[in-house]
Design a protein around this ligand. Structure first.
Ligand SMILES: O=C(CO)COP(=O)(O)O
Length: 236
């Protein structure tokens, strides 16, 4: 049964997030779907959601602190208000747009690991690396594991090639297979694929060997589409 996750990025409001979560929750309940489903809303839309146990609300980012003086950031004091225990770390947009270094990411990872958070840890190569072939790609990806305890029991990995994120260009089945097989040989953790996953291709992608689910941005933001994605994968 694949794990399906929606990353809202900088989309939705508090109001529309509540409607979205409630609708997904009702769908899962009504259809008795027990797949693990994650939703990562914006920090401003966190709330007390009543959900079935397999619908988990996580945070897209947080600072490795309880509270303090870190302008623009949130810590566990804010997350605890909503019993958030799941976090995305290492997303390529945080690495490449927001300038997070491997060192910053490692600190965040250690902090949230020590608190027992479920961590969805993202890795993936940019286009110029992909063009250099599979060996260079894997080399680049393995560098993103430096300082990361890959034996952590509450870890899910997400392979998201940067060139496939938000571009409409999905990696080919072979691209996904090659990278997933190689990572799985080294690290035996659930491994999601992300990067232009859509209603039309989610089922095929989730059936690839060593793909344990999908982390979806753009195609998950309309609740009808996200529900269709869940519908298309529920029996896998
Ligand atoms: O970054 C992603 C999920 O975290 C993928 O984004 P898209 O589905 O928009 O390509």
């Amino acid at each position: 049964m694949p794990i399906i996750a929606s990353n809202f990025k900088t989309n939705h409001t508090r109001k529309s997030t509540t409607l979205f979560v409630n609708e997904v929750n009702n769908f899962l309940k009504k259809n008795k779907i027990s797949n693990e489903v994650y939703i990562f809303p914006t920090s401003t839309s966190l709330d007390h959601f009543e959900t079935v146990p397999n619908l988990i609300i996580g945070v897209q980012n947080a600072y490795p602190t309880t509270s303090g003086s870190f302008t623009g950031e949130i810590g566990t004091f804010q997350l605890n208000e909503f019993e958030i225990k799941t976090i995305l770390i290492g997303h390529s947009e945080r690495r490449h747009i927001l300038g997070e270094t491997q060192e910053t990411i490692t600190k965040k990872y250690e902090f949230y690991k020590n608190l027992g958070y479920k961590i969805i840890y993202c890795i993936g190569e940019p286009l110029e690396i992909k063009k250099q072939g599979i060996e260079k790609t894997l080399e680049y990806i393995y560098e993103q594991f430096i300082g990361i305890d890959v034996n952590y029991s509450n870890l899910i990995l997400a392979y998201e090639p940067v060139w496939a994120i938000g571009t409409g260009v999905t990696a080919t089945i072979d691209d996904i297979k090659n990278v997933h097989n190689a990572i799985k040989q080294k690290i035996n953790k659930p491994l999601l694929y992300g990067g232009s996953v859509k209603v039309e291709n989610v089922r095929e992608i989730c059936q690839i060997e060593n793909v344990d689910g999908a982390l979806i941005g753009t195609a998950s933001w309309k609740v009808e589409d996200f529900i269709e994605i869940l519908e298309n994968t529920k029996d896998l």
